[in-house]
Design a protein around this ligand. Structure first.
Ligand code: NAD
Length: 489
C-alpha cells in the first residue's frame, strides 16, 4: 500500500509538526499496516489553535466582510475539487473506502455539498428590516442583525471524514466564524489536507486551524471546556455527544450534535419490483459505516418469505463484489480499525444469542487481506426489542423485521432511541407520504428519493442529535440574532 504524507497541524496560518515533533501511526484499514504518520498535538498545540481562532475572530474583519469571505470560500472549494484525486486516495487508504464509496459519499458528495453551501450563501439574510413600531410611547425603527457566533470547534468522526469536515467548516466560514477542526484520530490526513489547501487558498492566519491527535478525547475535551470557544459542532457517537453536552454546560456552549442512527427502511406490500427493492437494501455501503444508512429493513409479513429469499440471493451474489481495493465497482471495503471489527463481531455474536437467524455473512474475511474485513451480514427473524435492532452496530450488518400493516411499520420505525434517516417504498405516493410524515427522523427517502444532499438540512430527531447541518439552515446554525431598535423622534 502506498505511503501517505505526514498529517501536519495547521495553526495560525502555518502547517507544522506537533510540539516536540511527536507523531503517531496512521493505520490503513485494508492492510492493518502503517500507511503514514500524523502529528500528535499536545495540549499546548490545542491551546495555540484556540488562541489563534479567537484572535482571528475578535481582531480581524473576517466576520464582517461577507463578499470577500464568500469569494475566498468559493476559491477554496475549487481548490479542493482540483485535488479530487488526492482526496480520493486519502479516503481509500486512510478511511478504508472502496473506490465506489470514495467516489460517492467520501469525496464527490462532499465536494458537491460544499459547492451547495457556497450557493446557499446568497439566501442568508444578514439584516432584516422589522419595521417601525410604537411601544410605551417610544417610536422605533427595528432591525434584526444576523451575526456569526464566534469560534467554532468542529469535532468529527472517521467514517466519512471529508464529508463531515466540509459540512461543518465551509458552513462556519460562510457564516463568518473561525474554526478549530479536530478530526478523528483514525483519519488525521483528511483534516490536515484541508489545512494545507487553506494555506494555498490564502486564508488569513487563525481563521482555520486543524489539530490532529492520537488521544481520543484530550483535544476534544479541551475545546469543549475552553471559554474562548463559542460553539461545538460535533459529529460522532451518542455517548460522546452526551458527554459533550454535560461538559459544555460549564461554559454555556452552543452545542450542535450529529449523532448515531438506526434508520428503518420500510418496503410496503404494494412496492413495485418488491424483490428487487429488497435486494437493493443490503447494508453494505462503506461496510455499513454510515450514520444514516438504513440498517433496519422492515418488510410486510404477508411478503416476508419473498423478502428473505430476495436477500439471500443478493447477499449470496455479493461475495465476490466487495473488498477489492482496485475494483471501481466496489462500494464496500474493510471497517476502520481492529477496535471496530471487534465491536461489530460482538454484535454478530449477540444477534445469534438473541435468536435472530443469520442468512448471510457473520464472519471476518481474512481471504480479502490482512485488514479489518467483515462479511456482509444479514439477520432475519429479528424483533425490534433485540439489541441488534436497537443499537447502532456501524458495520455491514442488516437486521430484517416483519410488520403487520402500515401503522405497525411506523410504530416499529419509531420504536428507537434514534431518529436520523429512513425510507419508505410504495406504489402509492400518498400512502408512502403518510408513512414518511409519521416516522420521527430528520431525513426520509420516499421511493428512493435523495433526502440527503448539500442543499437540504440534515440532522437528527431524538437521540440522533440536535441542530441541522448543510443547506441554508446549516449556515444559519452558526449565526446569532441581534435586535436593534433606533428611536425615532
Ligand atoms: P466518537 O464519538 O468516538 O468520536 C467522534 C469525535 O469525537 C472524534 O474526533 C473523537 O476524537 C472525539 N471525541 C471522543 N471523545 C471525546 C470527548 N470526550 N470530548 C470531545 N471529543 C471527543 O465517534 P466515531 O467512532 O469517531 O464515529 C462513529 C460515530 O459517529 C457513530 O456513532 C456514527 O453514527 C456517528 N456519525 C454520525 C453522523 C451524523 O451526521 N449524525 C455522521 C457520521 C458519523
Amino acid at each position: 500500500m502506498k505511503q501517505l504524507p505526514e498529517a501536519r497541524l495547521y495553526i495560525d496560518g502555518a502547517l507544522r509538526s506537533a510540539e516536540g515533533g511527536k507523531t503517531y501511526d496512521n493505520i490503513c484499514p485494508w492492510t492493518a499496516e502503517v500507511a503514514g504518520q500524523a502529528a500528535d498535538a499536545s495540549a499546548a498545540d490545542v491551546e495555540a489553535a484556540i488562541a489563534a481562532a479567537r484572535r482571528a475572530f475578535d481582531e480581524t474583519d473576517w466576520s464582517r466582510q461577507h463578499a470577500q469571505r464568500h469569494e475566498l470560500v468559493t476559491n477554496y472549494m475549487a481548490l479542493l475539487r482540483a485535488n479530487r484525486d488526492r482526496l480520493m486516495e486519502i479516503a481509500r487508504i486512510e478511511a478504508g473506502a472502496a473506490v465506489g464509496a470514495a467516489c460517492r459519499a467520501h469525496v464527490d458528495f462532499a465536494l458537491n455539498g460544499g459547492d451547495d453551501l457556497v450557493e446557499c450563501f446568497s439566501a442568508i439574510q444578514w439584516e432584516e428590516d422589522r419595521g417601525r413600531r410604537e411601544d410605551n410611547g417610544v417610536l422605533s425603527d427595528r432591525i434584526v442583525i444576523h451575526e456569526p457566533l464566534g469560534v467554532v470547534a468542529a469535532i468529527t468522526p472517521w467514517n466519512v471524514p471529508l464529508y463531515v469536515n466540509i459540512g461543518k467548516v465551509i458552513a462556519a466560514f460562510l457564516a463568518g466564524c473561525t474554526v478549530v477542526l479536530k478530526p478523528a484520530p483514525d483519519t488525521p490526513l483528511m483534516g490536515s489536507v484541508m489545512g494545507e489547501l487553506a494555506v494555498e487558498a490564502g486564508f488569513p492566519p487563525g481563521v482555520f486551524n486543524v489539530v490532529t491527535s492520537a488521544h481520543p478525547s484530550m483535544a476534544g475535551e479541551m475545546l469543549v471546556d475552553d471559554p474562548r470557544v463559542d460553539v461545538i459542532s460535533f459529529t460522532g457517537s451518542t455517548a460522546v455527544g452526551k458527554r459533550i453536552m454535560e461538559r459544555g454546560a460549564a461554559t454555556l456552549k452552543r452545542i450542535f450534535l450529529e449523532l448515531g442512527g438506526k434508520s428503518a427502511k420500510i418496503i410496503l406490500d404494494d412496492a413495485p419490483d418488491f424483490s428487487i427493492k429488497c435486494m437493493m437494501s443490503m447494508a453494505i455501503f462503506h461496510a455499513g459505516q454510515g450514520c444514516a444508512l438504513p440498517t433496519r429493513l422492515l418488510v410486510p409479513r404477508s411478503r416476508y418469505p419473498e423478502a428473505v429469499e430476495a436477500l439471500q440471493m443478493s447477499y449470496g451474489g455479493f461475495a465476490s463484489r466487495w473488498g477489492d481495493y482496485d475494483d471501481p465497482e466496489n462500494i464496500m471495503g474493510p471497517v476502520i480499525s481492529q477496535r471496530q471489527l471487534e465491536r461489530v463481531m460482538g454484535y454478530i455474536e449477540l444477534g445469534q444469542q438473541e435468536g435472530a437467524r443469520l442468512i448471510a455473512g457473520g464472519k471476518t474475511a481474512p481471504d480479502k487481506g490482512t485488514g479489518y474485513f467483515i462479511e456482509p451480514t444479514c439477520f432475519v427473524d429479528v424483533t425490534n426489542d433485540m439489541r441488534i435492532a436497537q443499537e447502532e452496530i456501524f458495520g455491514p450488518v442488516l437486521v430484517v423485521i416483519p410488520f403487520e400493516d402500515d401503522e405497525d411499520a411506523i410504530r416499529i420505525a419509531n420504536d428507537s432511541s434514534y431518529g436520523l434517516g429512513g425510507g419508505v417504498i410504495s406504489g402509492d405516493r400518498d400512502r408512502a407520504m403518510h408513512v414518511a410524515r409519521n416516522v420521527r427522523a430528520g431525513a426520509i427517502s420516499v421511493n428512493d428519493g435523495m433526502s440527503i444532499t448539500g442543499d437540504l438540512p440534515f440532522g437528527g430527531f431524538k437521540g440522533s442529535g440536535m441542530g441541522r447541518e448543510w443547506g441554508r439552515e446549516g449556515i444559519e446554525e452558526f449565526l446569532d440574532l441581534k435586535a436593534v431598535a433606533v428611536g425615532v423622534s
